[in-house]
Design a protein around this ligand. Structure first.
Ligand SMILES: Nc1ncnc2c1ncn2[C@@H]1O[C@H](COP(=O)(O)OP(=O)(O)O)[C@@H](O)[C@H]1O
Ligand SMILES: O=C(O)[C@@H](O)C(=O)COP(=O)(O)O
Length: 422
């Protein structure tokens, strides 16, 4: 297997978002969980997305795991490496976008990396280095209240510079409008002056096609699914990939009990949970009880066990910014996050023991904890539920999953997802 594109995603939902985009663009794609074991049987594919849970861990660990993933992908002949980060640039001044980009770029012998989280399909656009989420700058969007990485600066040149070794530059929209060669020339000029990474503007899909073509002339780039789309288009245009039809039949229906878990506290997920209440029983975990050692997970599982035979259920820890702030003030941000993720993972394991084979999870870190606990090695990519969220089928057993980025999906996401999991 020689890969046209090797991808390293910093969380599992982001990985399935990228796998979805690449599949839609005609690349045969598999999503692996962690760096695959040497003996993992993979179908013939154009792209592999290695999912790491490296967005919110110490920078040196994120660098080490990303390097390991890069080595695996390079050993399979990956023509280009894309480090997939969040379209809302989720990170802190300690990393991990800067340190991982620096390391992958240095290992590849490149002087500069193109970086863009633009993903117009989900209303993430970058202009003069400033990231917009819908109609508002990042720092005015709900991401300003993210439980783990509140995003309070929209100027990504500044954000990335705070977490990078070398200076960070800008490829502005006027340069992008000049085409891939103009972008490459700008990158060369920046690199000559010692700049190690450049935020690239993009507001439309056609800008991504230009950026993809420019990125492909180097070995490493960093971005969200939008850059993945640009790279996929450039690979097809260059004849390096023969576009395949989107994957159709992923196997027979599985049926049986279904469940949803939500650990995301995003505005979108809070709305989706409220809507789900009309169509399925919803259990809300009490974080204070959970964090003070009460068996909230066990109680939620007992609750689910009584209902799961009658239809899908949803269990959520999600809460609004004030409640999250109160929990974090009392128990600490990371301790609260990890304990709630661990409870979700335990609940998922219990649900599978109750026979659940159709599982929807909302939240990137939450999905990481759940998938790790279930020990799922890799997924094939099925139909799209909403922009950035595909249905996934595990390669080693009969199970449907959907791993939803907190911010993605329409108001009826949970019901929409289950409809596509026969
Ligand atoms: N009620 C709550 N209070 C505090 N933290 C919470 C609460 N519910 C969930 N969390 C934590 O918030 C984080 C949400 O992150 P994540 O699952 O990645 O969602 P998103 O996709 O929205 O970023 C997780 O660490 C989760 O455990
Ligand atoms: O790029 C995106 O927005 C998503 O693919 C993503 O990474 C979302 O992260 P979470 O919201 O933490 O799931």
């Amino acid at each position: 297997m020689t890969l046209a594109l090797g991808c390293i995603a910093d969380d599992y939902t982001g990985a399935s978002d990228l796998a979805n985009t690449l599949t839609k663009a005609g690349l045969r794609t598999v999503q692996t969980i962690g760096v695959p074991a040497a003996d993992l049987a993979l179908p013939e594919v154009d792209a592999v997305v290695v999912s790491l849970k490296s967005r919110s861990i110490p920078a040196e660990e994120a660098v080490a795991r990303s390097r390991e993933a890069a080595a695996w992908l390079n050993a399979r002949g990956a023509g280009h490496l894309l480090f997939k980060v969040c379209s809302t640039f989720d990170s802190t001044d300690a990393g991990n976008i800067g340190p991982v980009t620096d390391a992958l770029r240095a290992d590849a012998g490149e002087a500069i990396a193109l970086v863009t989280p633009a993903f117009p399909e989900t209303a993430r656009t970058v202009y003069l280095g400033h990231l917009f989420v819908g109609a508002v700058p990042l720092h005015e969007s709900p991401l300003k209240d993210h439980p783990l990485n509140p995003m309070r600066d929209s100027n990504l040149v500044r954000v990335l510079a705070r977490q990078s070794r070398a200076p960070v530059g800008l490829v502005d929209l006027a340069t992008v409008a000049g085409g891939a060669e103009a972008v490459s020339a700008r990158l060369d000029a920046l690199a000559e002056g010692g700049t190690g990474a450049a935020i690239a503007d993009a507001v439309l899909d056609r800008d991504l096609a230009v950026l993809g073509a420019a990125a492909l002339t180097r070995k490493v780039s960093t971005g969200a699914s939008g850059l993945g789309l640009g790279l996929a288009r450039a690979l097809v245009a260059a004849g390096r990939v023969a576009p395949a039809a989107a994957q159709g039949d992923l196997g027979p229906a599985i049926g049986g009990p279904a469940a949803c878990l939500a650990g995301s506290c995003s505005q979108a997920t809070l709305g989706q949970i409220a809507k789900a209440e009309a169509v399925m029983p919803v259990r809300r975990l009490d974080p204070a009880r959970l964090l003070s050692g009460e068996d909230e997970a066990g109680a939620a599982l007992a609750w689910a066990g009584e209902r799961i035979g009658d239809g899908p259920v949803l269990i959520a820890s999600s809460a609004g910014p004030e409640d999250v702030a109160a929990v974090q003030a009392r128990y600490g941000r990371d301790a609260a996050g990890h304990a709630i993720e661990a409870a979700m993972a335990r609940i998922a394991e219990g649900l599978v023991a109750h026979g659940v084979r159709r599982l929807v999870v909302a939240g990137g870190e939450t999905s990481g904890a759940v998938v790790d606990r279930l020990g799922l090695p890799a997924f094939r990519v099925g139909p799209e539920i909403a922009a950035g969220v595909p249905v996934l089928r595990t390669t080693d057993r009969d199970m449907w999953l959907a791993l939803k980025s907190g911010n993605f999906g329409g108001p009826d996401f949970f019901a929409d997802a289950l409809r596509l999991m026969p």
